[in-house]
Design a protein around this ligand. Structure first.
Ligand code: NAD
Length: 511
């Protein structure tokens, strides 16, 4: 497992994330009251949820094992009754004991072919949960739900604010929110995750809704979890079908949109296509580094691979694989995402390519880097080592302010997260529209709209950065120019703030 990043000198994540806000606010002389409205979230909800956890089978340490050498094997019902967890433990469902023949000593039993385990009692467990609603001047609060052991108020405040900027840049009528639960999903069963999800929505029920706050998927949450959220929210309502738009990222069979699953990765690719067109280069044969091989990273890699790019290395939380000739991406996707034995869905152990020491990943020679894991990975030190032409930020906040400064100084192009990974929330908006209208669009319709939106918003930001206001058949950057050049991240924020400020200036403040 990768060592955690050194964070000793970091300011709060929120403070760091707000730096481009203050830069852009200064540049455009943002109205002082609008500035106050946007500086802090509208609401910070922090609460606790409880569930009843099942008993566990916890593997013994090597020293402990010696003490139970002679313990005879027990015969228990395996399969689903002993549910394997990604942390090496098993959840012990009671049906495992049906017709079982068990030998227990000091709470330890031996399971054939699996080894020695101690039974650890389950019981009630408590988790800290969050929903931060940052701003809703442009439309209902919108933002993902993350299940992770490292979440905090600081992180969710930053991510909720970023959603406000992102929805404005995508030019969709939503505001910004974010939330989730401090939990390690690798240590919990499917049933426990379901219970956590249902309690989370139960507690939030009064402050969600298709016209108020609309969750979606983020790290460690997916279409299955969105389905549970929708059910919990709509159950018992007289008009449940009219409420489907309360969450996005659902399975297409229950009101999700075609193209949503890969929309964020697809959006990254549309930005890269527009970047390549502008730079007069081609993505065919381009060499790619991808960090994170979950929803975003694997979709971006798959699409780029199919277009003829070469994915030379992929890194995730557990390891790195590398092949200078280009990895077999479909085989890597199958290894990670369609392999029941690969519980951590990791690239580590992929038989199709050798492993690479994690530290060498960012130093590899390539054309494009797509960070698509967690925040803060491209530090100043990493940015110094990069040997790529462009960083396309699939993840939220993958580059630190120090990393930004180095990229800028080294003239490495940057496609900032708030535009680069906006494909997901853009198709979430299409999903919401389809739900409200009871429609179902084809994948082609979704892609045509998404491509136009991503490329034109990215081009507007580039024009702001280069101070080249222009109107083309695809985009019009003239209303957003600031009369001088700036970096891409500040330019993206300029676009967001100008679109948000217009609401306050034209609608006024109700008080
Ligand atoms: P995911 O849970 O599907 O995948 C996360 C991936 O990152 C996994 O492969 C994991 O192993 C890897 N990872 C975790 N910690 C790592 C580390 N320290 N080093 C290297 N790899 C690590 O998550 P996702 O939905 O693909 O989201 C990835 C990023 O994209 C997040 O920052 C998320 O906020 C952002 N994002 C996601 C969406 C979306 O639609 N899913 C939309 C916008 C932004």
């Amino acid at each position: 497992m990768k060592a955690p990043r050194k964070e000793s000198h970091r300011r709060s994540i929120f403070d760091e994330t707000m730096e481009p806000f203050y830069r852009a606010a200064e540049l455009i002389k943002l109205h002082p009251r609008v500035r106050l409205e946007l500086e802090e979230p509208d609401f910070e909800h922090i609460f606790y949820i409880t569930i009843d956890a099942r008993d566990r089978l916890v593997p013994l340490s090597t020293e402990e094992e010696a003490h139970f050498k002679d313990l005879p094997a027990s015969s228990v019902k395996a399969g689903e009754a002993l549910e394997p967890l990604a942390n090496g433990q098993f959840v012990l469902h009671r049906r495992a004991l049906l017709k079982a023949d068990i030998t227990l000593r000091e709470g330890v039993l031996r399971i054939p072919r699996r080894g020695l385990f101690r039974i650890e009692k389950g019981g009630p467990k408590k988790f800290k949960a969050y929903r931060i609603q940052h701003n809703q001047v442009r439309g209902p609060y919108k933002g993902g739900v993350r299940y992770h052991r490292d979440v905090s108020l600081d992180l969710f405040k930053a991510m909720a604010a970023e959603m406000t900027w992102k929805t404005a840049i995508a030019d969709i009528p939503f505001g910004g929110a974010k939330g989730g639960v401090r939990i390690d999903p690798a240590a919990h069963s499917k049933e426990e995750i379901e219970h956590v999800t249902l309690r989370f929505i139960y507690k939030l029920k009064n402050i969600l809704g298709p016209y108020f706050d609309i969750p979606g998927p983020d790290v460690n949450t997916n279409a299955g979890i969105m389905a549970m959220m929708m059910r919990q929210y709509t159950d018992g309502a007289t008009n449940p079908h009219a409420l489907r738009g309360v969450v996005t990222g659902k399975d297409v069979r229950i009101g999700g949109s075609e193209g949503r699953l890969k929309a964020t990765g697809q959006g990254v690719v549309y930005c890269l296509e527009e970047w390549a067109r502008w730079r007069g280069t081609s993505l065919v044969g381009a060499r790619l580094l991808v960090q994170g091989f979950g929803n975003v990273g694997s979709a971006a890699a798959e699409i780029l691979h199919a277009m003829g790019a070469r994915v030379v290395a992929v890194q995730d939380a557990y390891g790195t694989v590398h092949d200078e000739k280009g990895l077999d991406v479909p085989a890597l996707v199958a290894w990670c995402h369609a392999n029941p034995d690969n519980l951590r869905r990791t690239v580590a152990g992929f038989p199709g390519a050798p492993a690479l020491p994690d530290d060498d990943f960012w130093s590899l020679d390539a054309d494009i880097a797509v960070p698509a894991a967690l925040g803060g990975e491209i530090t100043g030190e990493v940015a110094e080592r990069l040997r790529v032409k462009v960083v396309a930020e699939g993840a939220n906040g993958p580059t630190t302010p120090e990393g930004d400064a180095v990229l800028h100084a080294r003239k490495i192009d940057l496609i900032p997260d708030i535009v680069c990974n906006a494909g997901g929330v853009t198709v979430s908006y299409y999903e919401w529209l389809q739900n409200l209208r009871m429609e179902h669009w084809t994948e082609q319709e979704v892609h045509t709209r998404l491509e136009r939106a991503m490329k034109s918003n990215y081009a507007i930001i580039r024009d702001i950065a280069l101070d080249r206001p222009q109107k083309t058949p695809q985009h019009d950057s003239r209303p957003f120019a600031i009369g001088k050049e700036t970096d891409m991240r500040t330019a993206a924020m300029v676009l967001a703030l100008k679109r948000i400020e217009a609401h306050y200036l034209l609608e006024g403040f109700s008080q």
